[in-house]
Write a protein that binds this ligand. Structure first.
Ligand SMILES: Cc1ncc(COP(=O)(O)O)c(C=O)c1O
Length: 377
């Protein structure tokens, strides 16, 4: 019987999540309940003591961040085209316009020089993505933002636990947004979080998140009844999902140890092969402490990449590309011309992601590597 396929990513659940969910079911299950508050406190400790609000997704976390920071119709937000659709959708949902800029070859994050070229009188913010949990060039992006009075919202969907110069990703700009989607290092199926630099903005976000009411203040006993105080929406995470996150946070260290072990195994097994095949592995940079969220390779050209993906899949290894650049997607094209994004186009044509998740064994890594060496001998 052939071995089962090796999945690109898989969540790791056991009795700990089931127990915690059972506990949540015995109490309140709406949002902003005891597990939500507990998990927000735990995340706060991981995120330099910044106020954290749980949300239903990272997409919603970004919408909420942009709304709380005052983005709206007429504003432009510079973001990468090399990203998941959510980054640009969040901008569009608040009525603003995404302006796509190129990425840097080294970090696969926004290129500050190209961002600067795309600033217009309407630009209000920059939305960098920390691809694979590797920090974008935040020193230059933050300098630029400061000098041009732009707000910075970090799409740290991949970035929980990763750092830049010791500082957690998601705490470097005005707001940072995280994902707990099933593919992320810590997951509750679908979920997210947002963190803010400014306590006043966080308070505004708390109201927007609760349908424009001051229910959060009411739950803390600060007002004796709650009412409609602003325009809002519904972005609170159910306590059942927060209970799952609580169990996942208990396992965070184990998850990270497993991921790190698998990544170092990939690196050992692939170093000589990568050199011989002009393939680039993710950068090792002491300033950028990653979280081993994704393991990717950049191959020399598109034909080699496609051969690699087909060869791996034929051998039961569910490797994948990343992303269709947003400016070249059907909807992205309908938003108007973007101009040249040469690094984005090249990276999207040549990138392969290899399976990486906490249920993978070192034997699985050997199988992936053997399949890769057969696909591209
Ligand atoms: C860079 C990036 N931003 C945002 C998201 C959206 O996250 P969510 O599914 O939690 O909305 C993703 C999802 O994978 C992503 O890769």
């Amino acid at each position: 019987m052939p071995a089962p396929p090796i999945q690109l990513s898989e969540a790791w659940f056991d009795a700990r999540e089931a127990d915690r969910i059972a506990q949540a079911l015995r109490g309140r299950v709406a949002g902003n309940g005891p597990f939500c508050l507990k998990v927000e406190e735990r995340l706060k400790r991981l995120l330099d003591d910044r106020r954290v609000l749980l949300t239903t997704s990272c997409t919603h976390a970004m919408e909420l961040a942009l709304l709380a920071l005052g983005f709206g119709p007429g504003d432009e937000v510079i973001c990468p085209s090399f990203t998941f659709v959510s980054t640009a959708n969040a901008v569009l949902r608040v009525g603003a316009r995404p302006v796509f800029a190129d990425i840097e070859d080294r970090t696969l994050g926004l290129d500050p020089a190209d961002v600067e070229r795309r600033i217009s009188p309407r630009t209000l913010g920059v939305l960098p993505v920390h691809y694979a949990g590797i920090a974008a060039d935040m020193a230059r992006l933050l300098d630029l933002a400061r000098s041009r009075r732009l707000k910075v919202v970090e799409d740290a969907a991949h970035g929980l636990g990763a750092r830049l110069g010791g500082r957690p990703l998601g705490t470097l700009g005005d707001a940072g947004c995280f994902s707990f989607h099933e593919t992320k290092n810590v997951t509750c199926g679908e979920g997210g979080a947002v963190t803010f630099a400014d306590a006043g903005v966080a308070e505004r976000a708390e109201v927007i998140r609760e349908k424009g009411t001051n229910r959060s203040a009411f739950l803390r006993g600060e007002v004796d009844k709650y009412t409609w105080v602003a325009e809002g929406s519904s972005y609170v995470l159910s306590d059942v999902l927060a209970a799952m996150l609580d169990a996942q946070l208990d396992k965070l260290e184990e998850i990270q140890v497993r991921r790190a072990r698998l990544v170092s195994r990939y690196r050992e097994e692939l170093a000589a092969w990568a050199h011989a095949h002009q393939a680039r592995l993710p950068p090792i940079d002491p300033e950028r402490q990653g979280n081993d969220h994704l393991f990717y390779m950049l191959l020399p050209d598109e034909e080699t990449r496609d051969r690699c993906l087909a060869g791996l899949r034929a051998r039961g290894v569910m490797a994948s590309f990343h992303y269709v650049p947003l400016h070249s997607s059907p909807y992205g094209r309908s938003l108007g011309p973007t101009g040249e994004l040469p690094v984005t186009d090249r990276v999207a044509r040549t990138l392969v992601r290899l399976p990486l998740h906490p249920r993978l064994s070192e034997g699985d890594v050997e199988r992936v590597v053997a399949a890769l060496k057969q696909a591209l001998p």
